[in-house]
Write a protein that binds this ligand. Structure first.
Ligand SMILES: O=P(O)(O)OC[C@H]1O[C@](O)(CO)[C@@H](O)[C@@H]1O
Ligand SMILES: [Fe+2]
Length: 206
């Protein structure tokens, strides 16, 4: 009746994790609609649609309340139209489930947004743990010249809601190249959420 405890070795350079139970990859052609510069995205997808942008290795012991899902995210460095490579981003389907990310290698930022539209941006890199509190939409962005590798952990019953970002025309801020660093700029297609949409998020909490 007891699950056995397990240990997992993580390669900080690749995100490979021993005894992972699942893996998925997101390639350029899977990520249409994420970047502001659609023509630049189309050109990149035409040339190299099969290129992996990020890959997730994970362990899902159970998706029941009280257990944890943990694993690693590996993200290549790159830009589309001056915007850095990023994950799709989501809020947890049970909106009040939190998450932690630990920097293994590379440099990036966690772009965070509340349903009401407030933004926070937190840098992540080696030996840095980032806490994503309940009710924050989150997306990671590789702002460096090397792969960004992070390990993560979140409650097993969290789930992911990706549509919350798409319905708002993207996140309120975009992370773009600025010299050899990054800057956050306003996303002109962003539409703040109406009260009913915000209420829908709070209705998922317990
Ligand atoms: O699910 P997304 O937004 O594509 O991003 C992937 C990241 O988010 C997670 O789903 C965790 O919330 C991880 O699998 C991974 O770190
Ligand atoms: Fe998450």
């Amino acid at each position: 009746m007891h699950q056995p405890p397990t240990a997992h070795r993580i390669d900080p350079a690749t995100g490979a994790m021993s005894h992972a139970t699942g893996r998925y990859e997101k390639r350029l052609r899977d990520l249409a609609g994420l970047y502001a510069d659609a023509p630049a995205f189309d050109r990149a997808a035409q040339e190299a649609g099969g290129r992996i942008v990020y890959a997730v290795n994970e362990v899902r012991p159970a998706t029941t309340r009280g257990d944890l899902i943990f694993g690693t995210t590996f993200m290549e460095p790159g830009q589309i139209g001056g915007e850095y490579y990023m994950t799709r981003g989501h809020i947890h389907a049970r909106g009040n489930r939190p998450e932690t990310y630990y920097g293994e290698s590379g440099q990036g930022v966690m772009l965070l947004e509340t349903p009401e539209g407030a933004t926070e941006i937190v840098e992540i890199g080696p030996k840095t743990l980032v806490y994503v509190p309940p009710l924050w939409i989150h997306r990671s962005v590789n702002t460096g010249p090397e792969p960004l590798v992070m390990s993560f952990c979140y409650p097993g019953d969290s789930g992911q809601d990706y549509e919350i970002i798409a319905r708002a025309g993207g996140m309120a801020k975009r992370i773009v190249a600025d010299g050899d660093g990054w800057a956050a700029i306003d996303n002109p297609t962003y539409r703040p959420r109406a009260a009913e949409e915000i209420a829908r998020v709070y209705a998922t909490t317990d």
